[in-house]
Design a protein around this ligand. Structure first.
Ligand code: SF4
Length: 302
């Protein structure tokens, strides 16, 4: 809003200047014509008048073009300008970023409460569009009512909906939880499988959820969990590009050693929740601010 106002103001100033210049040119022209009548140097006076008008017109055109260019620049959204600027800077060195975040959050871990792969799978399905804190408030009663896949597979949809209501999207989540439990009973003897291919076949389970289960319940680094925090922080660090989670995961898997994949997502999530927050990242106190391509952009706004 501020940019647009400035641009409009500049455009008005340019228009005003242009108007003044044109008047001056006309006056000069009149003088030249008058001089012509008296001295008889008509051709010379007319030529000067034409030249003056032409110069004034060129000047006005140039100023108008400058104003248009300024308007176009200001009209480009600030976020887009920030992304373009960030792309022009080198990304944070992955190994340095990882080590610094590890030093800052040595106990980074999955913040969902669970005691078995089944409980983690249930909690992760519930965490979609919901905070881990909220999920952790709901799961104790849910796990008490349905301690395993057999119990949850036999649950009534309304009863599950009531227990998970506060996590949002409770109807589809309840449907997915019962469907997932039923699939575990029918295909895997009631146990959570430890493979990506089997996990992503379960209702309500995508690659992100499967990565959470494999990394935290089975200690397997099959991929990198890309949630909203990982996407935002790695994007600001110049380590990932775009908004496609699968593409971002591929980029991160190429930049970091496999052994670090599970911890990498914990570190990015911890940092994204505490320092590199969505609206106003705390760059001044960030351990990465000297290597982060976004730091100069955000620091300039404060
Ligand atoms: S808080 Fe600022 S300096 Fe730190 S990673 Fe985020 S954008 Fe970069």
């Amino acid at each position: 809003m501020t940019d647009g106002t400035t641009a409009r103001g500049s455009a008005r100033k340019v228009a005003a200047k242009s108007g003044r210049t044109a008047s001056t040119g006309t006056a000069k022209s009149a003088t030249a014509k008058s001089g012509t009548a008296k001295s008889g140097t008509a051709k010379s006076g007319t030529a000067k008048s034409v030249t003056a008008k032409s110069a004034t017109a060129k000047s006005a055109t140039a100023k108008s073009a400058t104003a248009k260019s300024a308007t176009a620049k200001s009209a480009k959204p600030r976020a887009a300008r920030g992304r373009a600027h960030r792309k022009s800077l080198p990304p944070a060195p992955p190994a340095v970023a990882y080590q610094r975040l590890l030093a800052a959050y040595p106990d980074a871990h999955c913040e969902l409460d669970f005691q078995s792969p089944f409980q983690l799978l249930v909690a992760t399905i519930l965490s979609a569009q919901c905070t881990d804190v909220r999920v952790n408030m709901v799961t104790p009663a849910l796990f008490a009512a349905y301690p395993d896949a057999n119990a949850l597979a036999a649950a009534r949809q309304e009863d599950v909906e009531t227990l998970i209501h506060s996590t949002g999207f409770f109807r589809s989540k309840a449907r997915n939880l019962i469907g997932m439990a039923t699939a575990l009973v029918e295909r895997h003897g009631g146990q959570v499988p430890a493979g990506m291919d089997e996990l992503v076949q379960l209702p309500g389970v995508g690659r992100k959820t499967a990565n959470v289960i494999l990394g935290n319940a089975f200690g397997k680094n099959e991929g990198v969990v890309v949630d909203t925090h990982v996407q935002r922080v790695t994007g600001r660090l110049g380590l990932s590009h775009g908004t496609d989670a699968v593409k971002i995961e591929r980029e991160l898997m190429a930049e970091f050693p496999r052994d670090d994949w599970t911890m990498l997502s914990h570190l990015m999530i911890f940092h994204g929740r505490r320092v590199c927050i969505a609206r106003q990242p705390r760059c001044a106190g960030c351990t990465l601010n000297d290597i982060c391509p976004s730091a100069p952009i955000f620091l300039a706004r404060t």
